[in-house]
Design a protein around this ligand. Structure first.
Ligand SMILES: [Zn+2]
Length: 248
């Protein structure tokens, strides 16, 4: 971790008009949530077709067994790490406006972040495929599978997007607005491979935002749009950055 670069980034953040963070799977790895892709990713162990909407509707029972195991039994045990906490501190101090996240794990909220734009939806809500009512997730909803809508008996689906689904419209709109409003984008734990999320920092940079990137390894962004690359573990870099901004 380069202390001079942390100081440089902290100086920029202190004079920022509007700072937005944009997070991906990399910020939750230290909370024990493995990424989906790659050799150790979840899709090397599970068949991703359970998140294909037509497969899910055809085999809700089989799909839900796997979805429950991954997203509720396993993800449900994860706790926010110092990277999530540092972002919540920056928001509470009025330094950061909010977080746009590609993650569906609710860890930003659990760390205390208040304005979280969930670009891919969330596992903490279920939505009814028949009447479209959404329900706050409660563990007892999964007591028998597949879960049924308390109102109409329809099939409930996690309220995060499956492979063929579009981005939730409000989250999409708010994120695009931030590509115009925010003058600093703090891009964390995302390598820029998943469309259309990957376009957001590019659009922000095109609109004049400064891009500060935090990643373990260089990404698609590093040599193209990134102004300051803070290489290292998200927890270490963000703790140091929050410290340099809030308690210099
Ligand atoms: Zn319903």
């Amino acid at each position: 971790m380069d202390k001079t670069l942390i100081q440089q980034a902290a100086q920029k953040i202190k004079i920022a008009g509007r700072l937005i963070s944009f997070t991906g799977a990399g910020i939750s790895v230290e909370s024990g949530i493995p990424p989906f892709r790659g050799p150790d990713g979840l899709w090397s162990r599970y068949d991703p077709q359970v998140l294909d909407l037509s497969y899910f509707q055809r085999y809700p029972d089989k799909s839900w067994r796997i979805i429950k195991e991954i997203f509720y039994d396993f993800f449900g045990k994860a706790q926010p790490n110092p990277a999530h906490q540092a972002l919540a501190q920056l928001e509470a101090a009025g330094v950061m406006h909010g977080v746009i996240t590609q993650n569906i794990d609710n860890l930003h909220q659990e760390a205390g972040s208040r304005d979280v734009i969930e670009f891919h939806g969330t596992s903490r809500r279920l939505s009814c495929l028949s009447c479209h009512q959404t329900w706050e997730f409660q563990p007892e909803m999964l007591a028998s599978l597949p879960p049924a809508c308390p109102r109409c008996g329809g099939l409930l689906k996690p309220d995060f997007i499956f492979f063929s689904e579009g981005i939730p419209p409000l989250a999409y709109q708010r994120s695009l607005t931030e590509t115009q409003l925010a003058d600093i984008w703090l891009v964390i734990g995302t390598t820029g491979e998943i469309m259309p999320a990957s376009m957001l920092p590019i659009e922000a940079q095109r609109n004049g935002a400064l891009i500060i990137e935090v990643n373990l390894r260089p990404s698609n962004y590093t040599n193209t749009i990134t102004d300051i690359f803070l290489q290292g573990k998200a927890s270490e870099v963000l703790s140091a950055l929050a410290e340099a901004v809030l308690h210099p």
